[in-house]
Design a protein around this ligand. Structure first.
Ligand code: TYD
Ligand code: MG
Length: 509
């Protein structure tokens, strides 16, 4: 029989202590120790004989002699979810779905539950099975309300999804063993508790122990377990950071709550690649898939104001075109503002400094705002160039041609650096109707040529800005702009030599 013992685990560093103390001796954090049950199996038993076929796996076998197991997949019926999972849910696996509160995790999982129940697999003879939805966050009535909204009560899926408002893990496991569903959804792991533990729901001890017990059940019974985990503001899975190591797959649902687009990414996947992303739109009746998301993140308005430039990013293997927006406004007193959403603020500050010193776009005394359309959050360096062009376009108040796309990383010297997957990005841009692309290029490496799009290779930022917003031979091709460019260049060079602008741009980096 396993012995149970309490340990006090620090929520910050994970160190275990025998008794409660106010301060963790290992990392020095205060009030972070939480009681956790540790199960100790008796030594002889763990090395002794085990029942059944498990025994065989204990004996080392040659790699060649091992049987290959092709994992079975249960499709969720939502194409984008299946893609991200690598083809569907694997029986006996544990999946963690993370995301900010209100982003749509419960909605997505209820829709997936319906798909699992109906066995919406295309081309398989599978006819689905039972799904158990355990909720510690909402009442069963609230789940029904959502199901009605999603139109799930109109089909037969509703008969095969059972809902229980239960937050004690032992009880959830008991219910699962009775119902024998193909999948168990636990919404959320931060609300479930183990009775033997004192710690509050959501503490590392509780979350870990609950997840371990659920996963143990999953492995034994072959039930797939999907755990919902809330993400804190800084982007980490609150409490269950430790879970990421335990589960088979970690998915995250991202987006801006006020915008409608959502991105589903796999940050870990033992049964598939982490390269795939799924794109959804939150609509009146739940999340709908966007099967061709290439243009989902481009502006839909006809208005074409200065400060907007299209960039081509790669999400895993999927090229996406995104609109990068910038607004430059004369600053007031005090240090100028650099505000970014969807883009790293430090990156923005750095690019502002590079623009000032290396490209003659002095923004030292201006407030600068940057944004990615559609609530997308990206850290693709290839967006450096479109962002810089958007800033230059806004400062000069000259729009960049709508059918122009820019791709490239900007270095500290103002040089443009190549980015991976350039050809794939350009092909997608061409497909979506873009006619010109500004890309990094040097005499040593020729840029790829893509049908339907004029590829303009430039070596540095100054040249790129010339092509996009202000030179005679750029796509906009007007002499007026070229004259404007000379004027600005002249005034900015003065700036670098020691005017307030020069000092300002150093100050904000
Ligand atoms: P929810 O799934 O409850 O988020 P989470 O479980 O991640 O906390 O989604 C909540 C939001 O989604 C809520 O603000 C309303 C919106 N929503 C829709 O726009 N359409 C719908 O059909 C549903 C069910 C929700
Ligand atoms: Mg929820």
């Amino acid at each position: 029989m396993a012995r149970q013992q309490s340990r006090y685990i620090c929520q910050t560093c994970g160190a275990a202590h025998l008794r409660w103390e106010g301060q963790c001796r290992t990392c020095g954090a205060w009030n972070t120790l939480v009681e956790t049950v540790v199960r100790e199996t008796d030594k002889p038993r763990s090395t002794g004989p085990r029942a059944g076929p498990a025994d065989r796996t204990r004996v080392p076998q040659s790699l060649r002699g091992l049987r290959e197991v092709e994992p079975v997949r249960i499709p969720t019926g939502i194409g984008e979810v299946d893609r991200v999972l690598g083809g569907g849910l694997v029986p006996g696996s544990a999946v963690l779905l993370g995301g900010e509160p209100g982003i749509g995790k419960s909605t997505l999982l209820l829709q997936a539950a319906a798909g699992l129940a109906l066995g919406l697999a295309v081309g398989t003879g599978d006819s689905g099975g039972e799904v158990l939805y355990a909720t510690g966050e909402e009442s069963a009535g609230q789940v029904r309300l959502r199901a009605t909204r999603l139109g799930l009560l109109e089909g037969s899926a509703a008969d095969r999804i059972s809902v229980v408002a239960e937050s004690e893990v032992g009880r959830i496991i008991e219910l699962t063993r009775e119902a024998r569903p193909i999948a168990l959804i636990v919404d959320s792991i931060q609300t479930v508790t183990v009775d033997e533990l004192d710690g509050p729901a959501g503490s590392v001890g509780q979350v870990r122990e609950c997840a371990l017990r659920l996963m143990e059940m999953a492995k034994q019974d072959g039930t797939a377990v999907i755990l919902v985990g809330h993400v804190t503001k800084d982007g980490t899975l609150a409490g269950p950071k430790t879970l990421e190591h335990l589960v088979d797959a970690v998915l995250s649902l991202e987006g801006e709550r006020t915008a409608t687009l959502r991105l589903l990414r796999a940050t870990k996947n033992r049964f598939g690649s982490t390269e795939e992303v799924g794109v959804f739109e939150m609509a009146e009746r739940g999340l709908t898939e966007i099967a061709d998301p290439g243009r989902a993140f481009l502006a839909t308005t006809d208005e074409h104001a200065p400060g907007s430039v299209a960039g081509a990013t790669l999400e895993g293997t999927r090229p996406l075109l995104v609109e990068v927006q910038a607004l430059v406004a004369p600053g007031g007193y005090g240090s100028p503002r650099r505000t970014a959403s969807g883009i790293d603020t430090n990156r923005l500050a750095l690019l502002v400094a590079v623009l000032g010193r290396r490209a003659g776009i002095g923004l030292g005394s201006h407030d600068v705002y940057a944004n990615l359309a559609g609530g997308l959050e990206l850290d693709d360096p290839a967006l450096d160039l479109p962002l810089c062009l958007a800033l230059a376009s806004s400062l000069r108040d000259k729009p960049v041609p709508r059918d122009l796309v820019a791709v490239g990383e900007v270095g500290l010297l103002g040089e443009l650096r190549p980015v991976p997957g350039l050809e794939r990005r350009l092909r997608e841009a061409a497909r979506l109707g873009f006619r010109a692309a500004i890309v990094p290029g040097s005499s040593r490496s020729a840029p790829p040529s893509v049908a339907g799009i004029e590829v303009i290779a430039v070596a540095n930022l100054r040249e790129a800005i010339g092509k996009a917003v202000g030179s005679g031979h750029g796509p906009s091709g007007d002499h007026d702009q070229a004259a404007g460019l000379q004027q600005v260049l002249a005034s900015d060079q003065g700036g670098i030599a020691g005017s307030p602008e020069g000092r300002g741009s150093r100050g904000d980096a």
